[in-house]
Design a protein around this ligand. Structure first.
Ligand SMILES: [Zn+2]
Length: 545
């Protein structure tokens, strides 16, 4: 029996390293080269020098890893990493930095499945699988050690000299461009995402030994009001991916807040900046005592936060999650997840709308006996599957994008779907106010709502969120921040709502949340900062403290 065999070509490692370099720089770096041309546009010689240095460094790097049994896995890894990263960079304007690697590792199957579209899979086959098969197929001619070293020196040294010489000659232009445009090198594929993954790994290993420092152990509930037997119940709604500019309460030309507008005692806090551009950064930061400028992931994880301070004051807390979890914020309190429930009224395909949180609130409010803070972590406007966040039949903006692949939809359809999620959050917040109001004889209710970050829906070619802070557009960093105080609470504390409106014209930020919740719950502690409490200074009872 004879077998047909295709002879696998035997190739030197030098042309293979050059071929991989060319493949990656040509197919996976459209965003990188577009930015390069834009930033060096006025200086064609600087652009040419930059391109030559990039190519030379890649050839040197890819040749230097030419070790038997290592070279092929390394090339295949680089090809896959570049193919995946380029999809997000070129289609959605997303840069894979350290934070984004954190987002990827903390994502859920439900979140991820919306990004794994048919077009993405096709892209990965063409730009990942096929070139990897070619790399696996060719035989690399690994020369005897001495000869290989000589050959490598002959190629790598001139490459490094060329790159170094070009950088030296063009240093002033290069350095000012890199300083002004951090996003240029941050979009180089696959170097940037691989460096980001290494940095992320370092942070994770540094965090494994963190001992959590206590905070606000002096916290006490002070009761200036006149409400014997009536517990304070504050619902903190941690919003998801809602941007301020699409709220009609903030001047959006479309009516996305008909419900909130119909309620009295709704306060909107203007010009609010988020702590991060992703859930994994913003959420722990919002609930920590650190200001954004002073916050780091390690500090957030290493110090107790708002939930613990409330508990120190004897206030009970619960975290209910319709999203991807509290990111450690609720590690030391009750955390219940509703993200993949099976209530047929609100859930389908393993995902639920935010109504599940309102249902839980209605069940729990009659059981409340003491001061309580419920945190409701919404799924809100989480994309790209916006259409799954609201009820199609009652959605106000049509036609809406009903796909998680934006390439299936027009810009208007994407905007309609996104605005439908905002209108749905408006309804959910109204439902929460109604649930609290229904218990007015038993509790003093209040609600604070603030989104974790905003969203790009096509402005300047950007979609979704997670842009590095230094280059994040306002769409991703300006969030709605509002509160509702029940009439009972307003009377009890002799709060002047118009005074609060006048005092809170902005700017605000996530820094305000920690102190405003302590203020709303009348918690005394040395770490409380009245200047960051949006409720301070307008209550006759509390002014006497
Ligand atoms: Zn988020």
């Amino acid at each position: 029996m004879s077998t047909i065999s295709f002879k696998r070509p035997l190739v030197s490692d030098i042309p293979v390293a050059v071929a991989v370099t060319v493949w990656l720089l040509v197919t996976a770096n459209a965003t990188f080269w577009t930015k390069g041309m834009l930033y060096f546009g006025a200086h064609p010689t600087a652009l040419a020098a930059f391109a030559a240095a990039v190519i030379a460094l890649h050839v040197a790097a890819f040749l230097s890893v030419s070790v038997k049994y290592f070279i092929k896995p390394f090339y295949i890894f680089a090809i896959f990493a570049a193919a995946a990263a380029s999809w997000y960079a070129d289609k959605l304007g997303i840069i894979i930095d350290r934070t984004m690697i954190g987002n990827i590792t903390s994502t859920t199957v439900n979140e991820a499945k919306h990004l794994l579209t048919g077009r993405f899979v096709t892209h990965m086959v063409i730009f990942g699988v096929i070139p990897s098969l070619v790399v696996a197929w060719v035989r690399i001619d690994h020369k005897p050690f001495g000869r290989k070293v000589m050959e490598h020196i002959i190629v790598i040294v001139p490459c490094l000299l060329l790159a170094g010489g070009l950088v030296f000659l063009k240093y002033p232009g290069f350095s000012s461009t890199f300083r002004e445009h951090h996003d240029l090198l941050a979009s180089l594929n696959p170097a940037a995402p691989v460096v980001a993954a290494v940095k992320y790994g370092k942070t994770i290993s540094a965090e494994t030994n963190i001992v959590v420092q206590a905070l606000g152990t002096d916290a006490r509930y002070s009761e200036p009001g006149t409400h014997p037997g009536k517990p304070h119940v504050l619902v903190v709604v941690a919003g998801e991916t809602a941007r301020a500019q699409d709220f009609s309460l903030y001047g959006y030309e479309r009516e996305t807040n008909p419900v909130l507008k119909s309620h009295d005692n709704v306060l909107t806090f203007a010009d609010t900046t988020s702590c991060g551009t992703s859930t994994a950064v913003s959420l722990p930061c919002m609930f920590s005592a650190f200001k954004r400028t002073d916050y780091s992931d390690a500090k957030g994880k290493g110090t107790e936060g708002l939930i613990e301070v409330l508990n120190h004051a004897g206030i009970s807390t619960q975290w209910w999650d319709a999203n991807t979890g509290s990111k450690g914020v609720a590690a030391r309190t009750v955390e219940l997840t509703f993200a993949s429930g099976d209530d047929p009224r609100f859930c389908s395909n393993g995902e639920c709308r935010d109504d599940v949180l309102v249902e839980k609130l209605k069940q729990e409010l009659p059981k409340v006996t003491g001061n309580t803070v419920f945190v409701l972590h919404q799924i809100g406007s989480h994309g790209p599957a916006y259409y799954m966040r609201y009820v199609e039949e009652t959605a106000p903006f049509k036609p809406d994008c009903r796909s998680s692949d934006f390439a299936d939809c027009s810009k208007d359809e994407i905007r309609n779907a996104y605005d439908n999620t905002i209108a749905y959050t408006d309804k959910i917040l109204g439902d929460i106010i109604d649930a609290l109001s229904a218990r007015r004889d038993h509790i003093l209710g209040a609600m604070i709502y603030v989104s974790d970050h905003g969203e790009s829906i096509g402005e300047n070619g950007l979609y979704l969120h997670g842009a590095p802070w230094f280059m994040a557009p306002a769409e991703q960093t300006h969030v709605p921040f509002l509160a509702w105080l029940s009439p009972e609470l307003v009377i009890d504390e002799q709060t002047d709502i118009e005074c609060l409106r006048a005092r809170n014209t902005g700017p605000h930020s996530h820094d305000n949340l920690f102190h405003s919740v302590l203020g709303a719950m009348e918690v005394d502690t040395a770490i409380y900062d009245q200047s960051l409490d949006v409720f301070a200074g307008c209550s006759a009872h509390r002014a006497s403290q």
